[in-house]
Design a protein around this ligand. Sequence first.
Ligand code: PLP
Length: 390
Amino acid sequence: MPTRSQLLPYARQSVDEEDIQAVTDTLRSDWLTTGPKVGEFEKAFASFTQSQEAVAVSNGTTALHTAYFGAGIGPGDEVIVPAMTFAATANAAVYLGATPVFADCDPATLLIDPGDVEKKVTEKTKAVVAVDYAGQPCDYAALRAVTKKHDVMLIADACHALGGTYKGNRVGSLADFSTFSFHPAKTLATGEGGMITTNDTEAAGRMRHFRNHGITTDHRERQEKGSWFYEMTTLGNNYRLTDFQCALGISQLKKVPVWTKRRQELAKRYDEAFAAIEEAASLRVRPDVSHAYHLYVLQLNLEHLTADRNSIYQALRAENIGVNVHYIPVHLHPYYRKTFRTGPGRCPVSEAAFERILSLPMFAAMTDADCDSVIQAMQKVLSYYSADHA
Ligand SMILES: *Cc1c(COP(=O)(O)O)cnc(C)c1O
């Protein structure tokens, strides 16, 4: 008998009647895109993340592309990114003609290792990208020391970490540029959506042009001035976020503190249950952070198990637990092996971690009973495959 009769997904959005009302109100308004909700969402988001500027874009990947453009990354530059991330963190550098250079992670937190970052800096390095893996802010003091010493930009891919803090400062205010995704698997959902935060007002202006074809005025500004004239000054894209998505974002943003608290409660429940188990270990949480828990990741102790990660994954799926794997180290993907001649051996800590990680269900609407069913299934599967009982 499976532990659950129905699948518990690893992530799920929370959308309530107030959110739906905000969207339908905007659908009845004059502006479906480039209207007033965009600036309103940007203002609320900048305030929430303790940043001067927020620039709304169409998704987390275009947020990375736009942030890297804002940071001045271009052909011939190197961008240091962690291997343990979603491919988009590296891909966005490639869009601009730059080369991603992969850095390894700390084995207990799976966060980018500032020591390895330092080793990978060259004359060509333009920026270091910190990914707040699983929602835990990186070691920004150590990363800032490296980027300051070598005079390069520090960019945060904070797609996991909205709602988190580092030494009391909000995620979004910790780097020169920070990026967010509003995909439904993330903390705040607008369907597709993204944001860049920065204190650099000049760069924010360039990023707003970049999301609008590189054109200096938008449709609403021209309508208000009664003018048809516009010029394209750089090669941009259409990376705009619609007004009804921004309306949803504004409504969702208010709930982020409550959702973060709930994620932390669930994580505590998992932590307490897994502390007693030999076959798996939770990731280490650094003392100076408030963790946003986009993901709850366990590392299997394969020495104590008779099965590999994939067999345990399959067994948990059979129990109707929606486990997942985040991530295949980016330098192992065929595209990077082929195009940048990467491959195994570049980031040994990330490669070894990849063989043992599992992401467990984690989202704000999960009940204590849901959480306990995951724990129960985990105990059942791990004790079945335990080498200690053999
Ligand atoms: C989700 C995610 C992205 C991409 O965001 P999309 O909105 O799906 O394009 C980039 N980086 C990280 C670390 C992510 O988790």
